[in-house]
Design a protein around this ligand. Structure first.
Ligand code: BGC
Length: 612
């Protein structure tokens, strides 16, 4: 397929009016015009293309993109709705209820208010939590609307209506609705009116009572830039003024629905009220004109967790590697393994809440954990940093969150994150070193993570660089970690301060205030700090040169807290590596790079564990 304008199916429900024609330029003889089904694969109203073919027949799997094509039912339906009169008060079922009782998906939806008359509004959810009996008697006594929030609405606003929310669109609203691909509605109250044949329209009170959410309603908030997100649709608003290029990808088609203005998408003209279908993987599309467009696509959402010795960082990540929300909490390792799992679970709940998603929208949790990990079993076999042995962390977090969990070593997943979404994208073979509480390593060969036997591998922080040297947390002496971790840098800074009372480093007050930045902060003015940094760089170079000689990757990517030093790290290391690497400048160069994803490499890589 190519980029094409969509031709809707119209519906003449009793509450419709003229506005689809007058405000949105819809040409149809149907009166009243209540709805235009703009993007629909639903049997009750299929969208067509200019040649009369249905979009459903014309669009191949690759036009829809992998995300929609892999679902059993095409996920989304887009409509314009003109409420010249009030729509019934109604409620929609969830997927689980609808699949069991209606052989259909449930219906979660969102409304973008295109136009609203003065005083026009919507009923949305319950003002207060009620009991099933209170709901039943309010329905019975025809005073249900007394229990509902009435919200006056304005053009440009957006509302999200999860399945189970009792709601009604009232007269005077012209709405663009993006909903799950379902035509199931349970009507609870129809204002006592009759249809064109003089009969009351059927009510579905039993079913409505079974599916209605009885809790006080609160409106969902979505991360900046998103009007609404769920596993069925991701909607963003595009304010157009002039010309722009927008990327498309193989994961999803894009449907652009113009709510105002006019212009063209890759040469296909549009004006307010039109929808344009852009097939997945179309490359960069050119959008020209002015006005507002709703951009609907199908994205997958994952939780990425980076479990560290000090903090647990987490984020919700989409299939393109965009972090839509992130947060961190202290690890609380002193409370024991079970307590850490509980901290992970509460962080996951917080991320879900702040993203506006529900846990059923998520594909699962990917997690990077320090130590020797059995990824198959979901077990932390041994973690020197956390002091754990044989902890079945995946089972534990699955039980607490109800989401499936995949784990791998923290540095391995960070390596994967950088290789897929960060500065490793341009290279085939990269090695990732985290310079944090510990020193972790990850190897990516031809885009694939190399984890070694039973995923216990790539522990480059535990290669010995000084036989009989400093004690490492793993029990051996002289490991790279014992010299190149932030922990080692802090130890060496403190030692230097104790040996040099005259050092400027004492400006920080007490030795307790030393962190992984302190020596770098003073290196340009203080010889003691300079010596700490130089020694640190020399030791790190030994480790890096070993890796370069053994694997000859195209690039070694540095992550972890110390990588915040940027050029103060890469420039001397590049120089020192040129001196140390086997064959000097005769062999292929090994680049030293700073992780572009910074501290997010771990959580992004962790999310990647669940992406096919
Ligand atoms: C652990 C590794 C971990 C690294 C970074 C090391 O001490 O042994 O498994 O990847 O720290 O957290």
């Amino acid at each position: 397929m190519k980029t094409e304008k969509l031709y809707p199916e119209y519906k003449n429900y009793i509450w419709g009016g003229e506005r689809l024609a007058t405000s949105l330029g819809k040409r149809t003889d149907i009166r009243p015009v209540a709805e235009s089904w703009e993007l629909s694969f639903h049997k009750d109203g299929l969208t067509r293309l200019a040649n009369g073919e249905t979009l459903k027949d014309a669009a191949a799997r690759e036009d829809l993109g992998a995300n929609a094509a892999n679902m059993d039912i095409f996920p989304v339906l887009i409509k314009f709705i003109d409420a010249a009169r009030d729509l019934s008060v109604q409620v929609h079922p969830s997927d689980s209820y609808a699949l069991k009782n209606e052989s259909s998906l449930g219906k979660t939806e969102m409304w973008y208010i295109v136009e609203a008359d003065e005083g026009a509004g919507i009923y949305l959810g319950l003002k207060e939590t009620v009991s099933p009996e209170q709901l039943a008697s309010a329905i019975e006594e025809e005073r249900l609307t007394e229990l509902l929030n009435f919200i006056p609405v304005k053009s440009g606003e957006c509302y999200f209506i999860p399945a189970g929310t009792v709601h009604a669109i009232c007269r005077g609203c012209l709405i663009a609705e993006i909903q799950q691909n379902s035509n199931i509605t349970y009507r609870v109250y129809d204002w006592g009116r009759r249809d064109k044949d003089g009969n009351p329209r059927p009510l579905h009170i039993e079913k409505a009572r079974a599916v209605a959410d009885l809790n006080k309603f609160s409106q969902r908030k979505f991360p900046e830039g998103y009007l609404g997100i769920s596993r069925y649709f991701t909607v963003r608003e595009l304010s157009l003024s002039g010309e722009l290029e927008h990327p498309t990808d193989k994961g999803s088609f894009v449907c652009l629905t113009a709510v105002s203005g006019e212009g063209s998408v890759d040469g296909v003209p549009f004006s307010a009220g039109d929808s344009i279908f852009v097939p997945a993987g179309e490359g960069a599309i050119k959008i020209i004109g002015k006005g507002k467009l709703l951009m609907t696509s199908i994205r997958k959402y994952y939780v990425g967790i980076d479990l560290g010795g000090t903090f647990i960082k987490g984020g919700i990540v989409d299939d393109l590697g965009n972090i839509i929300t992130e947060a961190k909490v202290p690890t609380g390792a002193e409370g024991g393994a079970d307590a850490v799992a509980e901290n992970i679970a509460s962080l996951v709940s917080e991320l879900i809440r702040s993203s506006g998603l529900e846990s059923s929208d998520l594909e699962g949790i990917g997690m990077g954990v320090p130590g020797m990990i059995d990824s198959e079993k979901g077990e932390v076999v041994y973690s020197n940093n956390l002091g754990w042995e044989h902890f079945m962390i995946s089972d534990k977090v699955e039980a607490l969150t109800g989401l499936r969990v995949k784990i791998a070593n923290d540095a391995n997943v960070a390596a994967l994150g950088e290789a897929r979404f960060g500065c490793g994208k341009d290279y085939k073979t990269t090695v990732f070193l985290t310079l944090g509480t510990g020193v972790g390593g990850g190897i990516v060969i031809d885009g694939k993570l190399y984890e070694g036997n039973r995923s216990a591998g790539a522990e480059m922080g535990h290669s010995v660089i000084v036989a009989g040297g400093e004690r490492c947390t793993c029990g051996r002496r002289g490991c790279l970690e014992a010299y190149a971790s932030a922990t080692a840098l802090i130890r060496d800074t403190r030692r230097a301060m104790e040996a040099h009372p005259e050092s400027e480093l004492w400006k920080i007050g007490s030795i307790e205030n030393v962190n992984g930045k302190t020596a770098f902060d003073y290196k340009d003015t203080d010889p003691t700090a300079r010596a700490v940094v130089d020694n640190y760089l020399e030791m790190l170079t030994v480790g890096i040169a070993n890796i370069a000689n053994e694997l000859r990757p195209e690039a070694i990517i540095l992550g972890g807290g110390v990588c915040a030093q940027g050029k103060a790290l890469t420039e001397p290391l590049t120089r020192l590596l040129a001196r140390e690497i086997h064959g000097g400048d005769l062999g292929p160069k090994v680049e030293i790079l700073i992780a572009t994803l910074g501290n997010s490499a771990g959580l992004l890589g962790a999310a990647t564990l669940l992406m096919e």
